[in-house]
Ligand binder design. Structure first.
Ligand code: AMP
Ligand code: GLY
Length: 425
């Protein structure tokens, strides 16, 4: 098979590495890809939002399967564009990707189908939002821009003053653009966060192994929110009982709700969960693999990823026995100093040869490029260093060892990825 992957981050590198393991994959392309993906796939310089060029390429090269990694093209309807040309594609259509594309939609869906989530109200008028905050709100409270905002459209406000400033930022100053035309005001929840990625074929849902992300830039969960600074899998807090609860009251009901709404979901649903004292509740849905969750989940998957994705497209996921290795993995993100605000790019990196022939160690590229035969940084999140281990502690030790194998002048990483493992004991 000829496979095309759309995207350019660590997630797409992890997907490409899984696809490369499949005996079915004869040739892999990635658009636009990055310097690491380039080693296992042919990168084509087409942007993820250039739907016509992408479908044109897929037709010309007789691509058998296209995998969409990123949220923007999914929410923009890339799957519909491929299907309109008779091309096979993995991911939700536009009318289903709205599960991630609109937080107001997803909150209303959960309310209608009684899926556990934080209490909330939606607002399209800033004056009404302010009125609500002044009369009804309890603090802290959470403000969320409705649309896609690179994971940054969520504000946790401890006081009325902060919340008022937040309404101005999101709805009036449009800090997150049109994503802030509608805003969700949501109850603040406490607990441990877990990410569960699932394969879905429109009616059947198969959860992958659990993971936990570290969203803040600094050690001890300080600093600004980022795309994710590191992950571990599985989460020791995601017990069998919690899993059983989520399957019954969250996962299957979400799939059934989407089908009942005439929006059958095929692809990956990423459940961002909060394990609250009142039980698991949905923090957010994403319509794709997580990044860097994919970098710890996919290396542990035993199945042929192409087989699983084809089953999602064909509606035969019930026949797949999804299996994961009985071990653990940790991913430490190497970022550019200053991320997520301001950072230098184009800085040479060294040490990639250390990963050669090392089983269970992965150097996933995110913001990287090749320049004059050298690897240079090309983004805020630069690399995802993943290592497996027999258990979480061993995996963390291995990942932090491997994180030292790569050097560059403005390298930055958190030193406490997976620290929660100690608390689990
Ligand atoms: P989201 O993009 O919705 O996942 O939000 C980003 C982060 O904000 C989450 O990972 C949580 O850490 C935090 N967050 C979002 N919603 C809530 C909430 N209702 N209560 C507490 N924290 C939240
Ligand atoms: N790591 C969180 C996300 O992919 O949205």
């Amino acid at each position: 098979m000829k496979v095309l992957i759309v995207g350019s981050g660590g997630r797409e590198h992890a997907i490409a590495a899984s696809v490369a393991k499949s005996p079915k994959a004869e040739k892999i392309y990635c658009a636009p890809g990055n310097a690491g993906i380039q080693e296992i796939a042919e990168c084509v310089p087409i942007g993820a939002m250039e739907f016509e060029k992408l479908t044109g390429f897929a037709k010309k090269e007789n691509i058998d399967l296209t995998i969409i990694g990123m949220d923007d093209p999914l929410v923009g309807g890339i799957v519909d564009a491929f299907e309109a040309e008779g091309l096979r594609v993995f991911g939700p259509r536009k009318n289903a990707a709205i599960l991630e594309g609109s937080k107001a939609f997803s909150k209303d869906l959960m309310k209608k189908y009684r899926i556990p989530t934080a209490a909330y109200e939606n607002f399209t008028d800033p004056a009404a939002a302010l009125g609500y905050l002044e009369t009804k709100a309890e603090f802290p409270i959470v403000l969320k821009a409705d649309g896609l905002a690179l994971g940054k459209g969520v504000l946790i406000c401890s006081t009325l003053e902060e919340a008022k400033a937040g309404v101005k930022e999101i709805m009036e100053d449009k800090k997150f653009g049109s994503a802030g035309n509608t805003m969700v005001i949501e109850e603040y929840m406490t607990g441990r966060e877990v990410s569960v990625l699932t394969f879905v074929d429109g009616k059947t849902i198969k959860p992958m192994t659990s993971a936990q992300d570290h969203k803040r830039a600094g050690d001890g969960d300080t600093g600004l929110n980022t795309g994710g600074m590191g992950t571990f899998s599985p989460s020791p807090f995601y017990t069998e009982d919690i899993d059983a609860f989520c399957r019954k009251y969250i996962y299957q009901p979400t799939v059934d709700a989407m089908a009942a709404e005439g929006r059958p979901f095929k692809g990956v649903i990423f459940f961002g969960l909060m394990l609250t004292p009142d039980g698991p509740k949905v923090l957010e849905y994403n319509a794709r693999f997580g990044d860097p969750e994919a970098q710890v989940v996919l290396p542990r998957m035993k199945n042929d990823i192409i087989e699983v994705m084809e089953a999602c497209i064909d509606g035969t996921l019930d026949q797949i026995d999804l299996q994961f290795e009985d071990n653990a993995a940790v991913c430490v993100v190497l970022a550019s100093e200053g991320y997520p605000v301001k950072y230098e790019k184009g800085i040479e990196m060294f040490g990639f040869e250390n990963f050669q022939d090392k089983d269970g160690y992965y150097c996933f590229h995110a913001g990287t490029a090749r320049k004059d035969g050298k690897y240079v940084t090309n983004g805020g999140r630069v690399l995802g260093i993943t290592a497996k281990g027999s258990d979480l502690k061993q995996a963390r030790k291995n990942a932090y060892e491997a994180a030292e194998w790569i050097t560059f002048a403005n390298k930055y990483m958190r030193h406490d990825i997976g620290k929660a493992i100690d608390e689990a004991e």
